[in-house]
Design a protein around this ligand. Structure first.
Ligand code: PLP
Length: 426
């Protein structure tokens, strides 16, 4: 039987089908991407998208909130439990918006923020030149040690003492090592700054206990819900009790209108999934896979920033290799290996054609790939890098990618459905 979408909009239906084929027939190595479960997908595509729920549970501006109040309360409680936070706000539309929400809760326009430089792995919203965060606030940036690639905490402290920021941001979007949120918290305290920690990339590893949690050391923690955490696209904020009222007020009426309740419901589902041993095993494998992929790439002569990884991502330094990040990522895409070009610390090339390639393992780990397949992927990357202009060889790799991915179908469930007992019932 044809679905409604197929009947009424065959064009969009067909494009979505093609995207499904692309996602299942490619090796997806963009570290911020993943696959969600059928359960998360169902909640995202539910009737909750029809409802306006401005306000918070029990204090809404519109009627008809019998169900939405329960949904949002469950989401809040699951987030608080999982991250051990005093308060959670589930209404942020996305990771970028969540950062704006966090900043506006704590500081005023014209104040100084200090985040990681874009070129060194920070996010646009951490005060980079093209972002409104550098126009509303005075922005100063810390970076990594240009030789080692690691965050230099002494430098961060010295810069904070000199620049006296009102708010320090910890967290990154392209940093392959652990981040010491405790030190960031101490530095912020020393200079009288607030500390916002952005764990958009790391939140799945944090809930699995595989990365230090910033919750005890930050005034507000911001995250996306769709990266390693494996939920729908969205944002989420956690904070200490003292900031609860201000944070909630910043989001509505401060910066947003109606929350996306279908997304909040889907985040609740993802948080329940993340609260299982299966999720812990996935997160551990994400890290093992990234480490193995890094080792193999090094054997093939690739240079990695910091020499490797201890999280889910790798940053390949292509300087001196004769190919740029863009050339390689385009060639890999033709071979059905999907990555993104990225600046590397100290890169003099423009961000539109930089000398780095960023790859990560969350999505392919969700599909069940293990160390053995990482070896195969590393060899594919090597062959493409040696043949960026050789379409025959690229086509050969592409066929081998199809063969590999066909052995690891996109899973519909991350836990056995008939074993869904607590913690799936609140
Ligand atoms: C992905 C990311 C964001 C932005 O999230 P969006 O949902 O794309 O707006 C913010 N901060 C960091 C560190 C990120 O990696």
């Amino acid at each position: 039987m044809k679905t409604a979408l197929e009947l009424y909009d065959p064009q969009i239906y067909e494009l979505i089908r093609q995207e499904e084929v692309r996602q299942s027939g490619s090796i997806r190595l963009i570290p911020s991407e993943n696959y969600v479960s059928k359960a998360v997908m169902t909640a995202t595509g539910s009737c909750l998208t029809n409802k306006y729920s401005e306000g918070y549970p029990g204090r809404r501006y519109y009627e008809g909130q019998q169900v939405t109040d329960l949904v949002e309360t469950i989401a809040i409680n699951r987030a608080k439990d999982l991250f051990k936070a005093d308060h959670a706000n589930m209404q942020s539309y996305s990771g970028s918006v969540a950062n704006l929400n966090a900043y506006y809760t704590l500081i005023k326009p014209g104040d100084t923020i200090m985040g990681m430089a874009l070129a060194d792995g920070g996010h646009l919203t951490h005060g980079s030149r093209g972002s409104m965060t550098s126009k509303i606030f005075r922005s100063v940036s810390y970076g990594v040690n240009q030789e080692t690639g690691y965050i230099d905490y002494d430098y961060v402290r010295d810069l904070a003492k000199k620049e006296k920021p009102n708010l320090i941001i910890s967290g990154a979007t392209a940093y392959p090592r652990k981040i010491d949120f405790k030190i960031f918290g101490e530095i912020a305290k020393e200079v009288g700054a607030f500390h916002v920690s952005d764990i958009a990339h790391l939140s799945g590893l944090v809930v699995a206990g595989l990365h230090m949690s910033p919750v005890p050391y930050a005034d507000i923690v911001s995250t996306t819900t769709h990266k390693t955490l494996r939920g729908p696209r969205g944002g989420m904020l956690l904070c200490r009790a003292e900031h609860q009222k201000a944070l909630d007020r910043t989001i509505i009426p401060g910066q947003q209108g109606g929350p996306h309740m279908h997304t909040i419901a889907a985040v609740a589902v993802a948080l329940a999934e993340a609260n299982t041993p299966e999720f812990g095993a996935y997160a551990a494998q994400v890290i093992k896979n990234a480490a193995r992929l890094g080792e193999k790439l090094k054997e093939y002569g690739f240079k990695l920033m910091t020499g490797g990884t201890d999280n889910h991502l790798l940053l390949i330094d292509l300087r001196g290799s004769g190919v740029t990040g863009k050339m390689l990522s385009k060639a890999l895409d033709r071979a059905r290996i999907v990555t993104n070009f990225n600046s590397v610390p100290g890169d003099v090339a423009p961000p539109t054609n930089p000398n780095g390639l960023r790859i990560g393992t969350p999505a392919m780990t969700t599909r069940g790939l293990k160390e053995e397949q990482m070896d195969e992927i590393a060899s594919f990357i090597k062959r493409v890098a040696d043949n960026v202009d050789n379409e025959g060889e690229i086509a050969k790799v592409s066929r081998e990618v199809l063969l590999l991915t066909s052995q690891f179908p996109v899973p519909e469930h991350f836990i056995v459905p008939n074993q869904v007992k607590p913690p799936f019932v609140d």
